[in-house]
Design a protein around this ligand. Sequence first.
Ligand code: PEP
Ligand code: MG
Length: 589
Amino acid sequence: MPPENPAKPEIVVQGISASQGIAFGQIFVYLQSDVEVPSYSVDAEKRPGEIARFEKALVATRQQIAKIQSEVERTLGQDEARIFDAHLLVLEDQALIAETIRDFEATSRNIETCFNEVAQRYIHAFSKIDDEYLRERAGDIRDVAQRVLQNLLGQSETSLSRLAEKRIVVANDISPSDSASINRSAALAIVTDAGSRTSHAVIVANSMRVPAVVGMRDLTRRVSSGDWAIVDGYDGIVIVNPSEATLFRYGKIQDKKKSYEQRLFDANRQPAVTLDGTPVDLEANIERVDEIPQLRQYMAQGVGLFRTEYLYLNSSRIPTEQEQFLAYKAVAEALAPRSVCIRTLDIGGDKPMESNPELFAKEANPFLGCRAIRFCLNNPEIFKDQLRAILLASAYGNVRMMYPMISGMGELTRANALLGECKAELRARGQAFNEKMPVGAMIEIPSAAAIIDLLSAQCDFFSVGTNDLIQYLLAVERGNDRVAHLYEPTHPAVLRTLKHIVDEAHRHGRKVAVCGEMAGEPVYAPLLLGMGVDELSMTPSWLPAVKFLVRAMKIGDARALAAEALSMTSPREIYLKCDAFHRSRVDVE
Ligand code: PEP
Ligand code: MG
């Protein structure tokens, strides 16, 4: 333990919690900086050698990236490894290479200088493009260019790969190349100035199972390598130069958290019933058929949300009715008799299909544009293929279906009419399906929340997508870290809307699930259950923590919590009330 240093006051910095756990140790500040490139003229007799040197550096870079790619595939999986396909493509870019050689032949300056200038021009041009996907390619070119330059200059290692002793890595950002070369056994925690919950550093920290906090803005400028710090990945806090009292408090928290994790593990196999005997329906959100084994591991009672986008986004064409049927049938059969709720397609807007650009016009406000049910109703043939595939799968298990992003009665009526056409077509084909397959509407748009009574007449259940509902209710883009502080699940408007949805749905005999991220956060689960929500559906790995809490609380107390929260005015105070409720039930400080 370090001696308390009166010259260095304790600094507490709040960021975004990105990977759970607590770490204590010394900081290693890692600043990604551009490689310094010397500039000089190359004599005529050395020119052929210069081009050979360039080619050698390109080959070496390709080999390094391929090695990193297979390492990442082994440790993080195929999806993560795919990032490096884009890096390999940069190296194969004939325009970039030819332009470098042309510049070299015209100016006879050293090849590093020519390559660097061409690469910078590309980075600049890409970073100005309006399209987010292409803009991100600027980062790929920068990452690869740095590597080529390091190879040309004989500096092949990044300082992160030389990290030898156990340290908290505080970086401005962590690029895919950095994360692949980081010495995994030496990183105690990862903290970055940049980033939101979905940034690359977060994926890396989670895979390494080390605590992480992101979105710290300028922490790299406020600390030095060698400073001591605590990283609290649960609450997204970094405490630099912690006092003795803080260290003592965190020591106790860490002990409690460890025993909590053990108890979570033990409770996982027990039923989800509150202390006063109310059973609670805890289900899982999945996106892929290969997640089914996880459902058993985490004891999901069913699938409350099967997002079907991946079937389309991972494909070079629209999947056929038969291909979709096989995927939905696999989930239905694996879960039976438990239920699976298949959500119809939610693409378009910010999720276009790259392989079919003609279907997706560019929009100034994609979140308010032609996505989800709007896209499907504009493309009835694509939609009907999916509806028939879901109906066919309903013969093989307990299948429910729901439409995303319903904003009014017209959409629900038209979607149901197309469903009716599909049923008639299957009957004519003599193919079996469940005539009574329950059909629901997702409530993600404030206008839908306001007309639950009307929607109830045309659907069997509701599932609240709080991720989008909060975004549209508060006008806060869900992935935008500049306004992330305004994205408040405990805003009184959110609470009142949720309560209205539940009360109105129940008044019309319809059940209500919540399947947004809010459902999987133990802090919010009692609030939702206390308001009367019938089912919570979440990422499978969150199920044990929510189940543990359910088993440690009384539904009567949750109702009192919800009633009190609904009478309060400040989102922060409501959050603290929910947090205190949670902490007191699970005994974690
Ligand atoms: C939601 O909006 O809460 C939801 C579950 O849908 P998605 O996150 O897929 O938009
Ligand atoms: Mg949504």
